[in-house]
Design a binder for this molecule. Structure first.
Ligand code: HAM
Length: 424
């Protein structure tokens, strides 16, 4: 019996060659913008100890309680438990602490690009393996940094041609005011507790802020009217105002949203999310915020930090909805310069030597590997959109090639030994 056909696991996708120009465009634009703002690239492992994510993202979050992929090696009797990263922040902070970065240069701006994994219900814009552009600035509590990161996001979206993005902004205050406003929130919700969904009744006891994450309309109605940022301490209110004034000064548009709490536990102070109107249900292009307690809670020093992550798949959906075709932006991947067409298979050795010479001279080139007829090799060359076809074995003299310029149809005879120079 034949095996059932193999396919990608649910919620994952192959990124086929036709899609790559979008990916390159997004990644290269992001790298250029991040590096212009002083960020340096960091690459961390795709899996980490599970306890790192539990501790940083929080046991009561959906990510940790339902969505992490645990990994183990077949035949391994290790006691530690490992998980695929559901995001980057925990790993980058772990790396910052592990390499004592604060000793050489406490303030670091770090970015990463790569896959993350969450076992969510797949739908448009929501995958189980997705990719993020991630940014962390560790070692400063300066509100200017909050504004700068949000402004950098806006600049990136502008450079990508995504001009309809919306920034929603809130503040979750410091640890001290969190104790106060969560107890106020408890009082606010207590009378309506029985009306909350079973999940939120648990959240009420375990981590009450998570009630804000609930999509259930009844829970949303009950929590409506409670504003975290209005119940913060004066210092946090002033900081939040400063962030807003910096954003105003740099002309970044935003909307205050008192219900925005973000789905990860490490946030303190500024939080924000960026949405795009054409994305549908999964409309968050990205989000981030401050996490001034995370470094110390993972064993590092008491240092402020701020970061964000943007979802590449969603950025690409938004690009397509805007008809921002990569070729319009002149980022189409280059086609091959030359295709070597052989009149006879016995000329393979000559063709391979020529190909090697061309490629050594940094001229992109390819040939036929399917023993096709000359006509069919020509069709192949047109499909590849090469600039020139080099015919071998069609000239009377064995040391000459006919070179056809595809654009004009003009043919020239070139000595095999002069070919590399001809394309230079
Ligand atoms: P997050 O909001 O969980 O934040 O994810 C950031 C972005 O990643 C989302 O807005 C979305 O575009 C994309 N994303 C998340 N989950 C999925 C999914 N299942 N499928 C497709 N795209 C997805 C974080 O991850 C924080 N670590 C951001 C951060 C960095 N905060 C501070 N530093």
């Amino acid at each position: 019996m034949k095996d059932k056909a193999y396919s990608t696991p649910r919620g994952t996708a192959d990124i086929l060659p036709d899609e790559i120009p979008y990916w390159r465009f997004v990644e290269e634009t992001a790298r250029a913008v991040f590096e212009r703002y002083g960020y340096k690239e960091i690459r961390t492992p795709i899996f980490e100890e599970t306890r790192l994510f539990n501790r940083s993202i929080g046991n009561a979050t959906d990510i940790v309680s339902k969505e992490m992929y645990n990994v183990s090696a077949t035949g391994s009797d290790e006691n530690e438990s490992f998980s695929l990263r559901p995001e980057f922040t925990a790993s980058v902070v772990r790396s910052y602490i592990e390499h004592s970065m604060e000793k050489t240069q406490a303030f670091r701006k770090l970015y990463s690009i790569g896959p993350a994994f969450r076992h969510e219900r797949p739908q448009k814009g929501r995958l189980r393996q997705f990719h993020q552009l991630n940014v962390e600035a560790i070692g400063s509590t300066d509100p200017a940094l909050d504004a700068e990161i949000i402004q950098m996001n806006a600049q990136l979206f502008g450079e990508l041609g995504l001009n309809k993005h919306e920034v929603r902004l809130n503040s979750l205050g410091c640890a001290k005011c969190r104790v106060i406003y969560t107890s106020m929130l408890r009082k606010h919700l207590e009378p309506a507790k029985q009306g909350l969904c079973p999940n939120c009744r648990t959240r009420f006891d375990v981590n009450i802020l998570r009630v804000f994450d609930c999509k259930n309309p009844k829970c949303r109605e009950i929590i409506k009217g409670f504003s975290v940022s209005e119940n913060m301490c004066d210092e946090c209110k002033t900081r939040f105002k400063t962030v807003q004034s910096y954003l105003n000064a740099s002309n970044v548009q935003y909307r205050l949203d008192s219900a925005l709490v973000r789905g990860l536990d490490y946030y303190t102070g500024t939080v924000y999310e960026i949405t795009y109107p054409t994305l549908g249900a999964q409309d968050a292009l990205g989000g981030g915020g401050r996490y001034d307690n995370l470094i110390s809670s993972l064993g590092g020093q008491n240092l402020g930090a701020m970061g964000c992550a943007l979802g590449i798949e969603r950025i690409i959906i938004a690009l397509k909805s805007e008809n921002t075709v990569p070729s319009d932006k002149n980022i189409k991947l280059p086609d091959l310069t030359a295709f070597i067409a052989l009149a006879d298979a016995s000329l393979k050795e000559t063709a391979l030597k020529l190909l090697a010479d061309l490629r050594k001279a940094k001229i992109s080139a390819d040939t036929d590997y399917e023993s096709r007829s000359l006509n069919s090799q020509m069709r192949m060359a047109s499909k590849l959109n090469v600039k020139y076809v080099i015919f071998i074995g069609t000239s009377k003299s064995a040391d000459l090639a006919n070179v056809k310029e595809m654009h004009t149809g003009k043919e020239t005879q070139v000595k095999l030994t002069d070919l590399t120079g001809y394309f230079k």
